[in-house]
Design a protein around this ligand. Structure first.
Ligand code: XIL
Length: 447
């Protein structure tokens, strides 16, 4: 035994040993989000692009979500680009996909100021003509999908930030009455669909959401068919409104459903592990708020992968706003959603950063070791490497890290100058330690 300890052959054997501790990833046994949501009586949806519903995109859209919203396919400009000539292909495709996968569909959207056909926006219409155009459009589109849609965003984005009505084609031509008229037409065309008014920056209690609240209250009092309020929730990392749940609750108390309809949480690019962790906390906060209120029907993300998000083209320099990265790898936000829905999946604590422990030289009473921390697809701004010695080894000295040992537990934190490990980069620290008997290699975890 004693001769072995000093043998060069053992030193060279040990020096080659490196223990990689990969970050945990979602295992096949993890329940898909749609099952977790269904168990809570909620919808977990995503906006989709019809042409992409094959391969990995289609697999994930079908497996993880129990509701789909066409991102663009049902907008007026998509379905009737030329007056009287219709294109239903993408909307039909998404509906067929949803029905094949046992998913709900949310119709989006009938009456809006944006993405309308130019023949409509450039036309000159009397109030009577405008009202007829709106009624006919609703009757045709809602009627086409009658009985197949769970909900319709009937009116989209009717308010300004200060709570006044947005000056749109519809408001300017028909006054505030266009909203009741649109809802009434939609109910007539499909009595089974839940009818919503949908808007952004109405997630917290503020002037705009209060205007929406007052509108819904007055529509209810007048007997106008209104079933729900859609909170788009195009949010910014670190800025989930503190009054989100309170706001959902006050709409629920009016006797309408609430849905988070277009959730994404954007950040300034490039993303890093700190921002992704904050984003995960933010996704969880939104999910928790919906789970906490019985009348919150569920949450739809506005694209489930960063490769199919409207954010980078609309908000230059911003992105990484969805639960999956561009390569369909689940981000911390994905695990946060699963957890909020009661799932047991734990997010990888430090993304794809790993620690490799090795003994670089060894003599009869001591040895020199090192730990190399490498990041790929993730980055660190600080780190701590922990392990447990199984055979009484004791650290005597460390460099490029501050190491403490308590019993068998060793914890080494970064020095002031090497906390940053960039994506694709690595940091190494070293130490001397004592040993006797045996010197097994421990598993290192990063925190
Ligand atoms: C966005 C789509 O995602 C983009 O592809 C399109 O270019 C612009 O519209 N509020 C809404 C959605 O109600 O319809 C918008 O969708 C995003 C903001």
């Amino acid at each position: 035994m004693r001769s072995l300890r000093t043998g060069l052959s053992l030193v060279s054997l040990l020096s080659g040993l490196a223990l990689l501790v990969p970050a945990p990833t979602a295992s096949a046994a993890d329940a898909p989000l749609r099952d977790l949501a269904a168990a809570k009586g909620k919808v977990m949806g995503t906006a989709v692009t019809g042409s992409k519903l094959t391969g990995t995109y289609g697999d994930l859209a079908g497996a993880q979500f129990n509701s789909l919203t066409p991102g663009n396919a049902m907008k007026w400009g998509s379905v009737e680009p030329t007056r009287g000539s219709y294109n239903w292909a993408e909307a039909d495709q998404i509906l067929n996909f949803a029905e094949a996968h046992g998913q709900q569909v949310r119709g989006h959207t009938l009456v809006w100021h944006s993405q309308n056909p130019s023949w409509l926006t450039n036309g000159t219409w009397t109030a009577a003509q405008l009202g007829q155009l709106m009624n006919d459009h609703i009757a045709l589109e809602v009627g086409r999908y009658k009985g197949r849609l769970a909900a319709w965003d009937v009116v989209n984005e009717p308010f300004n930030e200060d709570g006044t009505y947005r000056q749109t084609l519809w408001y300017n031509g028909l006054g505030t009455g266009y909203i009741a008229q649109a809802l009434t037409a939609a109910r007539a065309a499909d009595p089974a669909a839940r009818l919503y008014i949908n808007d952004y920056n109405v997630e917290g209690v503020n002037a705009k959401s209060t205007a929406l609240y007052n509108l819904v209250k007055s529509l209810k009092e007048q007997g106008v068919p209104i079933d729900g309020v859609g909170l788009q929730a195009h949010l910014i990392v670190g800025q989930v409104p503190a009054t989100l749940q309170q706001n959902i609750q006050r709409f629920a108390d009016l006797g309408v459903d609430v849905a988070i309809t277009e959730l994404d949480i954007r950040m300034t690019l490039p993303s890093d592990s700190t921002k992704l962790a904050q984003q995960a906390a933010d996704y969880k906060a939104v999910m928790n708020a919906c789970v906490a209120v019985a009348r919150c029907a569920g949450v739809t993300v506005w694209g489930f992968t960063d490769s199919d998000s409207w954010i980078p083209s609309t908000f230059p320099g911003q992105g990484a706003a969805t639960p999956y990265d561009e390569n369909y790898a689940p981000k911390p936000a994905y695990y946060a959603i699963a957890e909020a829905l009661g799932g047991t999946t734990t997010p990888p604590p430090t993304g794809a950063c790993t620690a490799a422990y090795s003994v670089t030289s060894q003599w009869d009473t001591g040895f020199t070791g090192q730990v190399k921390i490498s990041c790929s697809g993730a980055a660190l701004s600080s780190w701590k490497a922990d392990w447990t010695y199984g055979a009484g080894q004791r650290i005597t000295q460390a460099w490029n890290a501050t190491c403490t040992q308590s019993g068998a537990a060793v914890s080494c934190a970064n020095a002031a100058y090497n906390g940053t490990v960039p994506d694709g980069g690595s940091v190494t620290f070293g130490f001397n330690a004592s040993w006797s008997g045996s010197n097994p290699v421990p598993a290192v975890t990063l925190e």
